[in-house]
Design a binder for this molecule. Sequence first.
Ligand SMILES: C[S@@+](CC[C@H](N)C(=O)[O-])C[C@H]1O[C@@H](n2cnc3c(N)ncnc32)[C@H](O)[C@@H]1O
Length: 205
Amino acid sequence: MGLYGEQILPRLTNVACAMKAAEPLRRRVCQGLTGDVVEIGFGSGLNIPFYPAGIARVAAVEPADLGWKLAGKRLSETRVPVQRSGIDGQSLPFPDDSFDAALSTWTLCTIPDVAAALLEVRRVLKPGATLHFVEHGLAPDERVRRWQRRLEPVQKRIFGGCHLTRPVVELLTSAGFTVTELDVFYEDGSPKFIGANSLGIAQSP
Ligand SMILES: C[S@@+](CC[C@H](N)C(=O)[O-])C[C@H]1O[C@@H](n2cnc3c(N)ncnc32)[C@H](O)[C@@H]1O
């Protein structure tokens, strides 16, 4: 990954993702998670304070060692057992039908083969289990989409391959999920090209 990917990007992500404005979204997306949960793109554990009481344990999947280290204080303050259990959402080291739920927050933008990762999430979820997601992606408005297409090459370089134009719902349905709850909105306090969010729940067959 190199110095930038290993040392700078995880710190940059830790700060960029820790915006106060994101906290109500984290709270909303975590609502209703129960049992054994897999979180892909765990980052620095910014969702930990919002894990609901119904969660039994979390299997964290995160490639950045430094992300995991930056989660240290949050990990020490939660009663939820969290284990770093994998490093790549595209290839999950779990048997089929292992989890009651999955969580992904602003991660589908960055995983190189996002279609493969979603198939993996489906595989490890029990039948009928749900993926809770909040993701930025392709904006609803063409004017914003034009900016997203222009800025995406720069965004990808600075933020470790983060795409601006991924169609979140389309990706989920192509992987076989049924989106059962969905809110599409521009995030307060963010420029529209990066703040076009989809928050919801997708059910595995
Ligand atoms: C924008 S950050 C979001 C972090 C965290 N989910 C949050 O809400 O604060 C994207 C995360 O995806 C992780 N990531 C990148 N490639 C990945 C992969 N192949 N599998 C799993 N996570 C990956 C990055 O290391 C980073 O932590």
